[in-house]
Design a protein around this ligand. Structure first.
Ligand SMILES: CC(C)(COP(=O)(O)OP(=O)(O)OC[C@H]1O[C@@H](n2cnc3c(N)ncnc32)[C@H](O)[C@@H]1OP(=O)(O)O)[C@@H](O)C(=O)NCCC(=O)NCCS
Length: 178
């Protein structure tokens, strides 16, 4: 999949991406609610896996004006072909500029309008306010809380599950249908 918005581009990873991918995958702050920061070797393996993968599930997120790889988006089937999971990670220095919303919104549009998906789902942990705000801004509803489901940084955290159905998406008056 290749997707373009006003300021961003979504594309497959290539082996050239290792250095810039390490900038965010190796950054403890950016990775805080995901997993331990990656080593350079783990980053190379990550790129090898996703650059070589035909049915990609993880896509490189590029800032058009600089050409920099600034993060990645996850978009793949979740349990069945009509339900997809959405995920995102953006390098700390590129956060809070509306990029997460811009590309997630484009993926919702692509998923519902082009792929005719039934539902898009996402997960995050309770203290990840940025992620929860973004999911709510996308019109996703909180559907479940798995209490103390994830152990990060020496503490148990609640895992929040969000979802949006095609009918919720189309009921939103701000949605423009192609
Ligand atoms: C979650 C993440 C992708 C958000 O991306 P972003 O580009 O910074 O988000 P946006 O700028 O599009 O902001 C979307 C909304 O979230 C809000 N938001 C962003 N960061 C926030 C923060 N740290 N705390 C509270 N709200 C925040 C914004 O204000 C905006 O809402 P508004 O328009 O009502 O003001 C980014 O913070 C990130 O990559 N975090 C590290 C990786 C991660 O935790 N990924 C999620 C794993 S589940």
């Amino acid at each position: 999949m290749k997707l373009e918005t006003e300021r961003l581009l979504l594309r497959r990873f290539t082996t050239e991406d290792v250095k810039e991918a390490y900038n965010y995958l190796g950054d403890p702050d950016t990775m805080r609610y995901i997993e331990a920061p990656y080593s350079e070797e783990q980053t190379k393996e990550f790129i090898r896996n996703y650059a070589a993968c035909d049915a990609a599930a993880v896509y490189a997120l590029v800032e058009k004006k600089s050409g920099h790889l600034i993060g990645h988006m996850i978009f793949h089937p979740y349990g069945c072909e009509q339900i997809y999971e959405l995920g995102f990670i953006i390098h700390r220095e590129y956060q809070k500029q509306g990029y997460g919303f811009e590309m997630s919104h484009a993926l919702l549009r692509y998923g519902f309008q082009k792929m005719k998906l039934h539902k898009i789902t996402a997960e995050t942990v309770e203290p990840n306010e940025a992620s929860r705000h973004l999911l709510q801004k996308l019109g996703m509803k909180q559907e479940a809380v798995f209490r103390e489901q994830v152990f990060y940084h020496g503490e148990w955290m609640d895992e929040y599950h969000y979802g949006i159905l095609a009918k919720d998406y189309y009921a939103d008056n701000s949605v423009s249908v192609e």
